[in-house]
Design a protein around this ligand. Structure first.
Ligand code: AMP
Length: 609
């Protein structure tokens, strides 16, 4: 029996888990440094590709070549992501139905970027088990359409992982909580992560899960909380320092990171301070939990309507729900917990780490598939209706949304013109009446139909959704016997050739071996220190004497020299020496910033009186 791991490929963070043979319990796998969450961030540097925390450190330095939140782009077309582009510092271009990201003069697709994240998790698992890992269960938001699921599978293939099952995240979360042990009950899974919000209503009966309804918003999460804070900070900076940092990419990334860190602290504390040194000034302010709640209140509130819609779809009232499960890092925000508890009138499950619960559930699913757990079954639903465009652009639905999968449906169609021997088939997904308002999944031609009067041909269209939620469409003209059948790949997927090329490319990335990567990281750290020291010298020259200034400049020159070499130890030593030489200046500057902030607050208070 080959081992299958469970992977949560998240918008913000990704992680890998497995079921421990001894205890039968799912466990997450940490990296060498004990970190469980791998930031879903990839940075393309001239020397090689960085992933995770190393890439996250590049957000400020190389915003244009550091890709984050790529899950928002997976399997999507340019029109789908237009609204997103203003917030992404890297360049996104349209490309044959999908989007491509342009980095350092070359193009990469979202599945290639995700593959780099998956590969890192695969290597982490391999290091843990000391054996090759080739199979995984990967989770996706319940709202992912066919193209997005396909793109996720492609990412697995590029990374050298056979994605044996795609599972909806909320389904995985209920498995992690072992809710199959309830004899019968209704579960609401509220999942607010970094970039997506999902609400799912599940029924569990005799160990079998059934998804009754799903709803949500693929563009709502902790990233939006951060953005709301950043906007408030920008306004504050404009008022206090008379500068607009809105167009300064580096400054915006600094603000984003500081805003997120403050938000996280405010989940545990009532108030917190923000201090951000910029080139010309240091920004400082305090923010309270109440202020945060005022900023994000509307965003949190906007999760409630989808909850009510999902309940209505399932024919239920909030009070019918027996269990509420919280998933996603953003459910640590106290306001979120409060609102969910108010809506359902009961305490949500939050015993498991909300960042890990989906990966843990994926591991349970993996164990079921590997044959290690035999008393559980999983049923999922298709999140959106699937149909064919017919005369006049009207959609004929073959599979309505919330149908339990795997499933199949067939319907008969015919021609509208005499002697017609070609029929255009247009497969769409969505809830709207007209095809133009739905998502176009695929177009294909059924040709070779014998000439017949209009209405005579019998064209049978079959939709088949497999257990992963992936759709196959076939069309056959029955009357002419010479049946033509066509299998449809979603428009948003990648071609076989694309995937093969990407697999090859991914080996090229792998050539940046461990030593090279460590060198890059060491150099990057040196660069960060150099930038900070140069900034400190420019801003804080008057705070120090000539001798101290001279020794800092000497250390700086030595570090710049060392940085150019390939000797990692030498760079590291020079960095440490630089830190030591500039420590005192950094302290003086921090003091000055705090004093300045206090003084301006006192001035504010005086003015208020
Ligand atoms: P996920 O996509 O589930 O990994 O969730 C990541 C999101 O959760 C990010 O927006 C994080 O900033 C947010 N997050 C993580 N921990 C906390 C916390 N303690 N308080 C508030 N938000 C958090």
């Amino acid at each position: 029996m080959s081992r299958i791991v469970g992977i949560d490929l998240g918008t913000t963070n990704s992680l890998v888990a497995y079921v421990d043979d001894k205890t039968g319990l799912p466990r997450v796998i940490p990296d060498r440094d004990g970190q469980v969450l791998l930031p879903s961030i990839v940075s393309f540097t001239r020397e090689g590709v960085l992933v995770g925390a190393a890439a996250k450190r590049q957000l400020v330095r190389r915003p244009q070549s550091t890709v984050y939140s790529v899950k928002r782009l997976m399997g999507r077309g340019y029109d789908d992501v237009k609204d997103e582009l203003g917030y992404l510092p890297f360049t996104v271009l349209p490309a044959e139905g999908i989007v491509k990201i342009q980095i350092e003069g070359r193009d990469v697709t979202p599945p290639e970027v995700s593959a780099i994240v998956l590969k890192s998790l695969k290597e982490r698992a391999e290091a843990h088990f000391g054996e090759p890992i080739e199979k995984a269960v990967v989770t996706v938001p319940a709202y992912f359409n066919d193209g997005q699921r396909q793109a996720t599978k492609d990412a697995g293939r590029i990374a050298g992982l056979d994605v044996v099952r795609i599972v909806n995240e909320p389904t995985a979360a209920s498995l992690a909580y072992g809710l199959q042990r309830i004899r019968e009950g209704l579960i609401a899974v509220y999942d607010l992560g970094g970039g997506t919000f999902d609400i799912s209503i599940l029924r569990v009966k005799d160990g079998i899960f059934e998804v009754l309804a799903t709803n949500g918003n693929t563009h709502l999460g902790g990233d939006d909380f951060d953005r709301a804070i950043v906007l408030a900070l920008l306004e504050d900076i404009r008022a206090k320092h008379r500068v607009d940092l809105g167009r300064d990419l580096e400054a915006m990334q600094e603000l984003r990171l500081a805003a997120e860190a403050a938000k996280v602290r405010l989940s545990a504390e009532e108030r917190t301070a923000l201090t951000i040194p910029f080139d010309d000034f240091t920004y400082h302010r305090e923010i309270t939990r109440a202020e945060l709640e005022a900023l994000i209140g509307r965003l949190v509130e906007s999760t409630i309507a989808p909850c009510r819609m999902a309940l209505a779809d399932a024919g239920l009232a909030p009070a019918d729900i027996d269990e509420v499960v919280l998933v996603g890092g953003s459910t640590r925000v106290p306001l979120v917990r409060r609102r969910v508890q108010e809506l359902f009138g009961k305490m949500p499950h939050s015993q498991l780490n909300p960042d890990e619960v989906v990966a843990l559930g994926a591991a349970v699913q993996a164990q079921i598939l590997a044959g290690g757990i035999t008393d559980m079954l999983l049923l999922d639903v298709t999140p959106l209706s699937l149909g064919i465009e017919t005369l006049g652009g009207i959609v004929s639905v073959l599979i309505p949304r919330n149908t339990t999968i795997p499933t199949s449906a067939r319907e008969m169609f015919t021609t509208s013109v005499d002697g017609q021997h070609v029929v255009d088939m247009h497969v769409v997904q969505g809830e709207r009446e007209l095809a133009k308002d739905c998502r176009s999944l695929a177009r294909f031609e059924l040709s070779g139909i014998d000439p017949m009067p209009a209405g005579m041909p019998k064209i049978e269209v079959v939709f088949l959704i497999d257990a992963n939620g992936i759709l196959n469409v076939t069309a056959t003209e029955l009357r002419s016997q010479k049946a033509a059948a066509i299998e449809v790949k979603p428009t948003y997927g990648l071609s076989e050739a694309d995937v093969e090329r990407m697999v090859e490319d991914s080996f090229t990335y792998a050539e940046a071996d461990v030593e090279a990567r460590l060198l890059i990281e060491t150099r990057n750290e040196a660069d960060t220190v150099i930038t900070h020291v140069e900034r400190a010298l420019a801003q804080g020259r008057r705070l120090i004497g000539d001798d101290e200034h001279a020794s800092i400049v000497a250390a700086l020159t030595a570090l710049k020299d060392a940085r150019g070499s390939t000797d990692r130890d030498r760079i590291r030593e020079a960095t440490t020496a630089m830190n030591r030489a500039s420590e005192h200046l950094a302290e003086l500057m921090m003091d000055a910033a705090l004093k300045g902030a206090l003084a301006s607050r006192r001035a504010d208070e005086i003015m208020e009186k």
